[in-house]
Design a protein around this ligand. Structure first.
Ligand code: NAP
Length: 455
């Protein structure tokens, strides 16, 4: 039996190994999820909410334990792992409290005696999920999906199988019926057969663009709905009137949070030429000051990347960008120590056509780009195949809002880094994917929007 190994990226040591499940075992778990669906869809929002609050309680009670598990499996610094677990509890409570109103029937004025739109669950959903927020990404889809009356099977990233099995365990411990949410420890090749299974009604994937293309095309052939939350190369525009102390604090956090591995991380820093040199100087100073090291140490801000192969790929992208003319300001060298570490790195004078401009750098590497004026900055920001997050930093919020509305992205924030908030829809355009998670938009993605007409 093939095994999945989890490796601590801070040390390179194996944590645990898990047997991959066979195609037959996956089929059984999907059939079970379908059987559970038939009764789960009949339950009331109140019953579902009670269990969802119980799940939130577990996240809160066991925060330290789960945070440590995430940190050990993918290297996130411990304080941020704890915030991730807290965020899981918040999202469970949000959907527990709001699903009934978000999915309430919408009455429509027609010549019928009664006509309305109702939102019914679809059935078993497949979720293909990434390792970067190993608890939160899963809960972001599972909390609304379960509250809407669906059931789920999960194909999680191979390197966070401990978190994947923990999620299955605690969903059951909260009192949800056994089999409502199963972790399928399968490899990515086995995903095709799962999508083709007649009980799978829709697929959600959070991950890279290549994984999204592959899964969306298989789902398309099978006429199954998908939501795709893919990569990004988010641009933040720094206008000439920005407060540079605050702006650079934001830039450092935006680029180094989660060891640089966040889909909505600030990746391209588009800075107006009047403030370019000063921005770069302050940004460099602050990036240098952040301590890299063991992610459980409290004074560390930058832990290792999640896997050594991902670190090596990032380094190749940095070298390629430098060979294309980008200036390496700091970092850019693989440290001579164990673990998948990569230092805080700044590439300056990055221009379109360079690797660091055109592709996603999923690690602690910032691309700083000079713009002649605000119009040029918008052109540069929009010159990307991605469209996930974006931002504008300025003292003039009205002007910031006007610019934010011109940015081609699913999320545009002024004077704040993009965050996912359960009350607001979250998702991308262009190669960052389609469909939305969170809020009412997200919970309705996996429902049948049904017209009912009583003549
Ligand atoms: P990834 O390599 O695409 O993996 C994501 C998931 O897809 C994993 O479970 C992976 O399984 C699976 N997978 C990979 N290739 C597949 C294929 N051809 N068919 C079926 N499944 C496949 O991405 P990652 O490295 O985990 O995550 C980083 C990427 O996710 C970045 O691009 C990031 O921007 C994006 N992301 C986007 C969002 C968002 O909300 N838009 C949020 C977080 C991350 P294995 O682990 O077994 O390979």
């Amino acid at each position: 039996m093939e095994k999945t190994k989890t490796i601590n990226p801070a040390t390179g040591e194996e944590i645990a190994s898990y047997d991959r499940i066979s195609a037959e075992a996956a089929k059984e778990k999907i059939a079970k999820a379908n059987e559970v669906f038939l009764s789960w869809k009949q339950t009331s929002f109140e019953e579902r909410a009670k269990l969802m609050h119980a799940l939130a309680d577990i996240f809160e009670d066991k925060k330290e334990e789960y945070a440590l598990l995430a940190t050990r499996e993918m290297g996130k610094i411990i304080a941020q792992s704890e915030s991730e677990v807290e965020k899981c509890a918040r999202i469970c409570r949000y959907y527990a409290d709001n699903a009934a109103s978000l999915l309430a029937n919408v009455s429509v004025d027609t010549e019928a005696s009664k006509s309305y739109v109702t939102f019914q669950p679809l059935g078993v959903l497949l979720a293909v999920m990434p390792w970067n927020f190993p608890f939160y990404q899963v809960i972001r889809f599972a909390a609304p999906a379960l509250m809407a009356g669906n059931t789920c099977v999960l194909k999680h990233a191979s390197n966070v199988q401990g978190c994947a099995f923990k999620l299955q365990e605690i969903i059951e411990a909260a009192g949800f019926p056994k089999g409502i949410f199963s972790n399928l420890n399968i490899d990515s090749e086995a995903v095709k057969e799962v999508i083709e299974n007649k009980h799978i009604k829709a697929v959600t994937l959070t991950g890279s663009e290549p994984a999204g293309r592959s899964v969306a095309s298989i789902a398309g052939e099978n006429l199954k709905k998908t939501v795709m939350e893919l990569g990004g190369s988010d641009a933040y525009i720094f206008l000439e009137d920005a407060d540079l102390d605050k702006a650079t604090d934001l830039a450092v956090f935006g680029r180094l949070q989660n060891n640089g591995q966040t889909c909505i991380a600030a990746k391209r820093f588009v800075v107006l030429e009047e403030i370019y040199e000063e921005f770069l100087e302050k940004f460099t100073e602050k990036m240098k000051a952040k301590k890299m090291g063991e992610p459980t140490d409290e004074d560390v801000f930058l832990g290792p990347m999640a896997r050594a192969d991902l670190r090596d790929e990032l380094h190749e992208q940095v070298e390629k960008s430098v060979s294309q003319g980008a200036r390496l300001v700091i970092g850019g060298e693989i440290p001579d120590e164990k673990g998948a570490y990569y230092p805080a790195t700044i590439l300056a004078e990055v221009t379109p056509g360079m690797e660091a401009f055109d592709n996603e750098l999923f690690g602690p590497v910032a691309s700083v780009i000079k713009a002649k004026d605000a119009k040029h900055a918008v052109e540069l920001a929009n010159n990307s195949s991605f469209g996930l997050g974006s931002g504008v930093i300025t003292n003039d919020t009205k002007r910031g809002e006007e610019i934010a509305l011109q940015l081609e992205a699913g999320n545009s924030f002024v004077n704040k880094l993009v965050v996912s908030d359960p009350r607001m829809p979250f998702g991308g355009i262009k190669n960052s994917g389609y469909g939305r998670e969170l809020s009412g938009y997200g919970i309705r993605e996996f429902t049948n929007t049904k017209s009912v007409w009583i003549d």
